[in-house]
Write a protein that binds this ligand. Structure first.
Ligand SMILES: Cc1cc2nc3c(=O)[nH]c(=O)nc-3n(C[C@H](O)[C@H](O)[C@H](O)COP(=O)(O)OP(=O)(O)OC[C@H]3O[C@@H](n4cnc5c(N)ncnc54)[C@H](O)[C@@H]3O)c2cc1C
Length: 385
């Protein structure tokens, strides 16, 4: 199974591209909290961000394992694909549920890089993980929707032309289940910014270009509704397996970067007249992190295998994401510890990657929610919420 997913040619091409964006490129961006515009442009021009867009719409029509290889390699090379990874999976909402007219209008431009679909507006300040309780509304008035409300943690909103927005179109008291009555709108950010949308950046512990959004009577043409009104929650859920798989791949890339750096340093650094890596106390945490990374990688392959066979790998994709996020964190810990004081020095990049990889135990879904999914949907225990 491993061989099936190597995609060596793609990995080599991504690694070559990443050589033009070395550690000091990412370090400088991190210091200033700047967006990696040149890197995202290079990825787009090389066609990597259009990997999952079918050839009929101008993309490469590659399988999810190829997209995972692209993202993993970026992270393995020390970069951070968080600046652009969402384009790969948010595009899927349009691809699976959009009308033919919407797909013809947007997908070729996204594939060519003339339109950016990087923003995904689901989370809100008061609803948190409880998506069905979101309170941003879209009221239909003739041929348009009027959007009001607030989104939180909408990443890349300042670097995106389009946004996939989940909002309530039928009031909560008129539907039986809170996950009903939600709809997906494709919002043209350029237009929305001129008439009622405000974007406020949020400074976070890592460089992530995340924001909060305020909608004040923002008009969205009714033709920008994706799929049917009221079915938006299902549409968002249907993209979750791809999202989990791709994030897991990034974590595997991070884990490999940390393990490679830690092993190399352990062999070089001389203390008490011998390499620190000669001490088992230094070796074992790195070896342990390697074993955990490989186990997570196998689960990721299992999830991709089922995904590409057309099945629903909900359990495997969630487990892969959880195990990979834990493995990258364990590798990060081992890498800092192996480097001693230098692990904290900006110029070694370890502290930067350490901060970056911590996110994935919380977003796009936190570990507790994955455990709850496994307990209730896989193991059949009673629902907790
Ligand atoms: C940097 C960053 C970027 C993000 N980008 C985006 C984006 O682009 N678009 C978007 O829509 N969202 C985005 N998010 C939001 C992200 O998906 C959420 O932060 C995440 O899903 C957790 O939701 P929350 O922060 O509201 O935590 P909460 O829901 O408030 O949960 C807080 C803690 O309580 C735990 N918890 C909650 N309920 C339960 C329960 N029933 N059982 C056990 N534990 C529970 C959670 O696991 C978590 O640890 C981003 C977040 C961050 C930090």
């Amino acid at each position: 199974m491993t061989l099936l997913y190597e995609h060596d040619d793609i990995r080599d091409a991504v690694a070559r591209l990443c050589q033009s964006f070395p550690d000091d490129y990412w370090r400088a961006l991190d210091r200033e909290r700047d967006y990696p515009t040149a890197f995202v442009r290079a990825l787009t021009e090389a066609g990597f961000l259009g990997a999952l867009i079918p050839e009929a719409y101008g993309g490469s029509g590659l399988p999810i394992s190829a997209a995972a290889a692209i993202l993993e390699e970026i992270h393995r090379q020390g970069g951070n694909a968080a600046a652009c990874h969402a384009q790969m999976y948010t595009m899927g909402t349009l691809l699976r549920h959009g009308s033919e007219e919407q797909k013809q209008r947007y997908l070729p431009q996204i594939a060519a890089g003339s339109l950016r679909l990087q923003a995904f507006g689901v989370t809100e300040p008061t609803s948190g993980t409880d998506t069905g309780s979101l309170s941003t509304t879209a009221r239909r008035e003739g041929e348009r929707y009027i959007v009001n409300g607030q989104k939180l943690w909408t990443s890349r909103a300042e670097h995106s032309d389009l946004m996939i927005l989940l909002c309530r179109t039928t009031p909560r008291d008129q539907v039986q289940k809170k996950t009903e009555g939600l709809s997906v709108l494709l919002v043209d950010m350029r237009h929305a910014l001129e008439q009622g949308l405000t974007i406020r950046p949020i400074r976070t512990m890592m460089n992530h270009a995340t924001t909060e959004l305020f909608f004040d009577n923002v008009e969205v043409p009714a033709e920008n509704l994706v799929g049917e009104e009221g079915r938006g929650f299902r549409y968002i859920l249907s993209g979750m397996n791809a999202e989990r798989i791709l994030i897991a791949a990034e974590c595997i890339g991070d884990a490999k970067w940390f393990i490679e750096r830690a092993s190399a340093y352990a062999g070089e650094r001389q203390v008490f007249g011998r390499p620190i890596g000669q001490n088992q106390g230094v070796q074992f945490p790195i070896a342990q992190a390697y074993a955990r990374m490989r186990a997570a990688e196998l689960m990721l392959h299992e999830a991709m295998n089922r995904y590409e066979a057309g099945g629903n790998p909900g359990a495997e994709a969630n487990m892969a994401k959880m195990l990979a996020a834990e493995a990258s964190w364990e590798a990060a810990e081992a890498c800092v510890q192996t480097h001693g004081g230098f692990g904290f020095a900006e110029e070694f990049d370890i502290e930067r990657k350490f901060r970056e990889t911590r996110l994935y135990q919380v977003a796009p879904i936190s570990t507790n929610l994955i455990l709850s999914y496994l307990a209730e949907h896989v193991l059949g225990m009673p629902r907790s919420y």
